[in-house]
Design a protein around this ligand. Structure first.
Ligand SMILES: *Cc1c(COP(=O)(O)O)cnc(C)c1O
Length: 455
């Protein structure tokens, strides 16, 4: 029977999803609304439109519409690199000697090297449609900035990227890819913004954080005519666009009557995981099926496993709306670990609500274990995985090894969000035995959480 399932399950063009799915439409407990940081009242569309594109504001605030048709222009862009393959990890299964069946959805088949292009192209499209000149953003590890610069060049928009300083220094080649697509790249915190200057005064020599970079990008967007700010994760609109990952996965599995037992994804701000699980979570919420859904985060930035479910600022500069989410505090600057894309202090409010309601669970893993898993995977499956993605690999391998002990033939699906060609400094540290596992102390987390806004 198993032989009938190909190594890679693709979809034909006419089987590709025609609409994004909004998981919030099936949630009884909706994610808490974004609040104005000054008044603590729910953000009105007009307030959000100062920062974000109008169409994206509508998507952000819509908790009831189940499906949003994907505009034709975006679908034709998707066709250049999608569907992404759903791969049966036969070689990994054999190597582990597990009875588990392992599948991964591979999002690294585009120049940006990750799933982030799925939302970048949508956000650039709506910015263009609104007649804007350009957009500003932040980038951590650089994948989002790369994806956005590709999307902006496709629609002929200007793109200003604030890149977390530690990544800017560790990954000079990322910057050059962005510049190839016409973006300007500034290391953050920088002296080019008011908030950047303030942060540098308070934390001289800081290696930066996504929270700082967001504050700078928002400041520039709101001060420049014809510009808006765009964000690559965390927000509802991003999870909506990323639902393409889960919809394709489900369509591919349905084609062969495969029902997964477990779905595993790494979680930074929650967009790839939110996208991957959305149609499955929808079934779970409607009581039609049950799945064990697992978020994997680094021990150095454990928002779900050690954070607090509370309203918090989305950025260090405290200019963005407040979101109710699992957070480590907007002041939390994680140790410079090598999974830059998982270094955000908070988590998507949709996933936070689902987690709090018990619809999914979370685990945290140390980075040396993650790189061991990455190497093990690369050697048998051929793909050099991104450190972020390797968090999911680590847990998929652990679960498959549990099946080996119990003899259970579980079907495990995980999200392989991207490739690690720009992360070779991290691989080098790992190979040289210079990689450390940084675990924040309870005091550090408590200190940062003590600065949550008083509601
Ligand atoms: C950005 C990124 C992530 C984490 O972001 P999410 O919004 O949590 O998905 C994971 N993997 C890769 C390769 C990334 O670029």
């Amino acid at each position: 029977m198993a032989e009938k399932i190909p190594y890679k399950i693709y979809l034909n063009e006419d089987e590709m999803p025609k609409a994004w799915y909004n998981v919030r439409s099936d949630m009884k407990n909706k994610p808490a609304p974004l609040l104005n940081p000054g008044t603590h009242e729910p953000m009105k569309p007009e307030e959000l439109s100062v920062v974000f594109c109008e169409e994206l504001v509508k998507q952000e605030l819509d908790d009831t519409t189940a499906f949003f048709p994907i505009p034709e222009e975006i679908r034709s862009f998707y066709k250049m690199y999608r569907p992404s393959p759903l791969v049966r990890a036969y070689c990994l299964e054999k190597k582990l000697g597990t009875p588990a069946k392992i599948y991964y959805k591979f999002e690294g088949n585009n120049t940006s090297g990750s799933h982030k292009l799925n939302s970048a192209i949508a956000q650039a499209y709506y910015a263009k449609k609104q007649g804007l000149k350009g957009v500003t953003t932040e980038t951590g590890a650089g994948q989002w900035g790369t994806a956005l610069s590709m999307a902006c060049s496709y629609f002929d928009l200007d793109c200003k990227v604030f890149m977390v300083k530690v990544s800017y220094e560790q990954k000079p080649f990322r910057r050059e890819v962005m510049r190839t697509y016409g973006a300007s790249v500034t290391p953050s915190p920088s002296m080019t913004t008011e908030i950047g200057k303030k942060i540098l005064e308070k934390h001289p020599g800081t290696t930066g954080s996504l929270g700082c970079a967001i504050s700078e990008a928002v400041e520039v967007a709101t001060k420049s005519e014809g510009y808006r700010y765009v964000l690559g994760s965390v927000l509802n609109q991003v999870l909506l666009h990323q639902s393409i990952i889960g919809l394709e996965t489900k369509a591919a599995l349905d084609k062969y009557d495969i029902k997964p037992d477990m779905i595993i994804g790494c979680a930074g701000g929650g967009s790839n995981l939110g996208g991957l699980i959305s149609p499955f979570m929808g079934e779970k919420l409607r009581g039609e099926a049950d799945y064990d859904i697992v978020a994997v985060e680094p021990v150095s930035c454990p928002s779900f496993t050690r954070g607090k479910f509370a309203y918090d600022f989305c950025d260090t500069g405290m200019v963005c709306p407040l979101a109710k989410m699992y957070t480590l505090g907007s002041d939390y600057i994680p140790a410079p670990n090598h999974a830059g894309g998982l270094r955000y202090h908070g988590m998507s409010s949709t996933l936070s609500q689902l987690y709090d309601d018990g619809f999914m669970r979370a685990v945290s893993v140390p980075q040396t274990e993650v790189f061991k898993a990455a190497e093990q995977f690369a050697r048998v499956e051929g793909i050099l995985p991104a450190p972020e993605s390797s968090h999911a690999i680590k847990v998929a391998i652990d679960e498959a090894l549990k099946c080996k002990e119990t003899g259970e033939e579980k079907t495990i699906v995980f999200g392989l969000t991207g490739t690690g060609y720009f992360d070779l400094v991290a691989y080098e540290k790992f190979h040289n035995g210079e990689m450390e596992d940084y675990i924040p102390t309870d005091e550090e987390i408590a200190e940062s959480l003590s600065k949550l806004p008083v509601m």
